[in-house]
Design a protein around this ligand. Sequence first.
Ligand code: HMG
Length: 461
Amino acid sequence: MAAGIDDIAIYVPELYVDTNDFAKARDVDIDKLQKGLGIYQMAMVDNNQDPACLAANAALKIMKRNDISPGDVGRLYISTESSFDESKAMNAYIIGMLEQIYGDGTFAHCGGVETKFACVSGSYALYDNVNWIRAGEADGSYALVVVSDIAKYELGSSGEMTQGAGAVAMLLNDTPRLLSFDPRVTATSIRDEYDFYRPFGKDTPIVHGQYSNILYLIQVRKALELYKEKVLSTGLIKLRSDETILDHIDYLNMHLPYSAMGRKALAYLVRHEWRQLPRWRGIVERMGMEEPLPDDAPGTIEAMLKDPDFIKKDGAFNHRLMETPEFVDIYEKKLASSLVASRMIGNLYTASLYLGFRSSLEYEHRKGIDLAGKRVGFGSYGSGSSAMVFSGVILDRYKEVLKNMHFQSDIEKRRKLTLEEYEMLHRGQMPVSEAILPGAEGFVLSDVDKTNGERSYVYNP
Ligand code: HMG
C-alpha cells in the first residue's frame, strides 16, 4: 500500500531577530553569520507562545486548507525537544486547542504521543505513522504529524546565533498527492553521545558545537551506507559502475541547524560517495590538494577526534571541494532550494528538515521544473545521537498542493525585534499577559497557573 505526505504546512512566529543587529550586539563579524553559517534572520516566539501553540497553529492551518474535520484524522503525533511537561504529552494540549475550534470531544478517537529524540524524532514519528498507514490500520483516515520547536541557546553562547522557532504539520495518508515514501529502505544509525543535550530543569542545552557538527556528518553518512545497502538489495535502485547513489537522488534535504550545514553535509557525503569513482581522481588533481585520509579507520569519529590537525586539513579539503564546478553543479541542482527558508527562520530542531523540504518544493517548482517522479532523499539528524536516511518520490498531483505554498507571504507580516526586546523575551522577564504582539492571530497562551503549572490557551481569530 502507498503511504506518504498529502500536504505540508508551516507556522512561523511573527517576530524575528536580524543577524545584522545580532552581530553588532555580540561583536561577531556579520560575514561569519551570513556567509559562514548562512543565517540572516532568526524567528522568535512571543512571550505568550510555546511549542504547543506553534504546533496547534500549523495543525489548524493544514486542516482548514484541506477542509478536514477531526473525524478524518485517525492519529495526531507531535515531535518536539522543547517540551515543558515531563508527563503530559504535547498532543493532548494541541487537541485541547483544536477542540476550541471544532468542538469539545471531537478528537476523542484520535490517539497519539509526543516523541523525543532531539531533531530526528519527527522522522521517527513520520516513519511509524507511514507504517501504520501501510499496515491498513488507518482505514482511509489521515495521520497528522506535527514537528514543533523553539531552538533556544544561552545568551552569549556560540549556539545563540543558531536559534529559531516554528512548526511544520504533515498530513499523511494512503492516497497522497505530494510524496510517496519508498518502502523497506529507511535506514538508521544510533550511538550514545553527549554532543548536545538538555538535562531536566534547564531551559537551554549544553552544547559541544564542533563535536556536534562532526557527529552529524558521520551519523548521516553511516545511515546513508545502510540506506544504500537496502536500496540495492530491494532493487529500488540499480547502480552502474560509474554511478553512486547520489546520481539517483534528484533532491536532497538535510537537517538544517543552520543553512550552511546542509552544504557542508552534502560536501562530506559527495566525498564519500565519489571517492570510489573514476571521476574523483581528476577532481582532486584540479583541486591541487590530496584528500586527507586517516589510515586506521577512515571516517570514524575516533579517528577524526584524536587528530585536531586532521580535522583542520579535512575542513580545508571540504572548502576546496565546495568550489569545484562538479560540486557547485550538484549543490545547485539538488540542495540549494532547500536552504532558502532556513536562512530567514533559523534552526527549528525537529522541524528544520521539513521546512527545508517545503522550501525545496516551492523554489524548484518556481524554476519551472516538472517535479513529478523526482526522488527526494532525506538526511535527518538528532543529537544524542541518531540519524535516519530515507526517500520518497514526488507524485503527479503535487501541483494541487504546491499552489498553496508562498514562503514570502508566510514571513512578510513579521516584526523585527530590537536586541533589548529579544533579550527580555529570552530571559522570560515578562508575564504571559504582556506579549509584544498581544492580538496576534492564532492560538496563544492566556495563562500559566503559578501554583500548579496548568496552561490555558485562547484562539485569536
Ligand atoms: P563557532 O564555533 O563559533 O563557529 O560556532 P565557527 O568558528 O565554526 O564558524 C562557523 C563557520 O563560519 C565556519 O565555516 C567558519 O569558517 C565561518 P566552516 O569552516 O565550518 O565551513 N566563518 C566565516 N566565514 C566568513 N567570514 C568570516 C567568518 N568567520 C567564521 N569572517 C557552531 C558554530 C555551529 C558550532 C555554534 O553556533 C553552535 O554550537 N551551534 C549549536 C550546535 C549546532 O548547531 N550544531 C550543529 C550540528 S548538531 C545538530 O544539527 C543537532 C541540533 O540541531 C540539535 C538537535 O539535534 O536537537 C543542534
